[in-house]
Ligand binder design. Structure first.
Ligand code: FAD
Length: 270
């Protein structure tokens, strides 16, 4: 700072700035992929010729809609904060435009249903109402597709999918914990609903990134398309697996290991 003799380097050369940029890129890609998957499921629900596939598509839409909205809005807020941070002081003032994005994103966790309402929808209407069947069906789809990716002979795909597969099991465990807790006290799943929503988003985003890694590796091996794009995609998937998925483990732990503390919340506000 203030050392005019030192060599000047652009901020993009700093490892921490590179980390911020990759954390933004990988999470945006995961959110976009999950949004598109959910939109495709909505198309199947409306137009698939097989009635059973229509119903299956609708169940996926029902589960994933609060995840796309709630997790997407929360992460979108975080990302606009990181974007401001990347620019330093210039991010805080108006000239870069980053601060405007930060302010604009802030409403997304409030209107069209607050995060709390999206989380309550996920645990209440989508999980508890049918004893976990609908969420279980989507978890099983994620499990099967991710297991196929984890058995890939390509080490980069396998590395991503193995971490995702572990988190899918944590999501299943957290679901079972909340279902059991609801039997003791129906308020407990609602107290854990935010962590459950975020765990869902990070895990389902990871599932989509594992699928993206499979596709990118296939195109690279077949020498198809823009190889630089596919190499960048694999790097992004790898970053998501090593730097974002561990946050999912923390949300799972907040539910499973920290869940007992949620059972006494009311007494603190008596
Ligand atoms: C800029 C802006 C534009 C808007 N545009 C529109 C619009 O075009 N059309 C429209 O209809 N509305 C619009 N709204 C209103 C918006 O939908 C509401 O602000 C939003 O639904 C939250 O309701 P509320 O403000 O009454 O907050 P409250 O419902 O009082 O929520 C306060 C807090 O309590 C939590 N909470 C409340 N109930 C529950 C529950 N059952 N379970 C868990 N947590 C709960 C919330 O998550 C929140 O954290 C707009 C709001 C703003 C600020």
């Amino acid at each position: 700072m203030g050392d005019t003799d030192s060599e000047r380097s652009p901020i993009i050369r700093h490892p921490d700035v590179q980390r911020m940029l990759l954390s933004m890129q990988s999470r945006i890609q995961a959110m976009r992929a999950l949004s598109l998957y959910t939109a495709a499921a909505a198309d199947r629900a409306s137009h698939h010729p097989d009635a059973a596939e229509q119903a299956r598509g609708q169940r996926a839409v029902d589960v994933l809609t609060p995840v796309v909205k709630g997790w997407g809005a929360e992460v979108g807020n975080d990302i606009t904060g990181v974007a401001l941070q990347v620019h330093g002081g210039m991010g805080y003032i108006e000239e870069t435009g980053a601060a405007q994005h930060y302010r604009d994103a802030r409403i997304t966790t409030i209107y069209e249903g607050t995060t709390g309402i999206q989380a309550a929808d996920l645990v209440g209407r989508k999980m508890l109402r049918d004893g976990g069947q609908m969420v279980g069906e989507v978890i099983e789809t994620m499990r099967v597709e991710t297991a196929a990716a984890a058995s890939s002979t390509a080490s980069d795909v396998q590395a991503v999918a193995t971490v995702v597969a572990r988190l899918i099991e944590k999501l299943a465990e957290a679901t079972d914990w909340l279902l059991a807790a609801a039997g003791r006290d129906p308020r407990v799943p609602l107290a854990g609903s935010f962590s459950y929503l975020m765990l869902w988003g990070i895990t389902a985003g990871g599932w989509q990134m594992a699928q993206a890694a499979v596709a990118a590796r296939r195109c690279l091996d077949a020498d198809e398309g823009d190889s630089a794009f596919y190499r960048a995609k694999l790097a992004s998937c790898s970053h998501y697996a090593s730097q974002v998925l561990p946050h999912g483990e923390a949300y799972a732990s907040a539910i499973i290991d920290g869940g007992v503390s949620l059972e006494n919340l009311d007494s603190l506000f008596a």
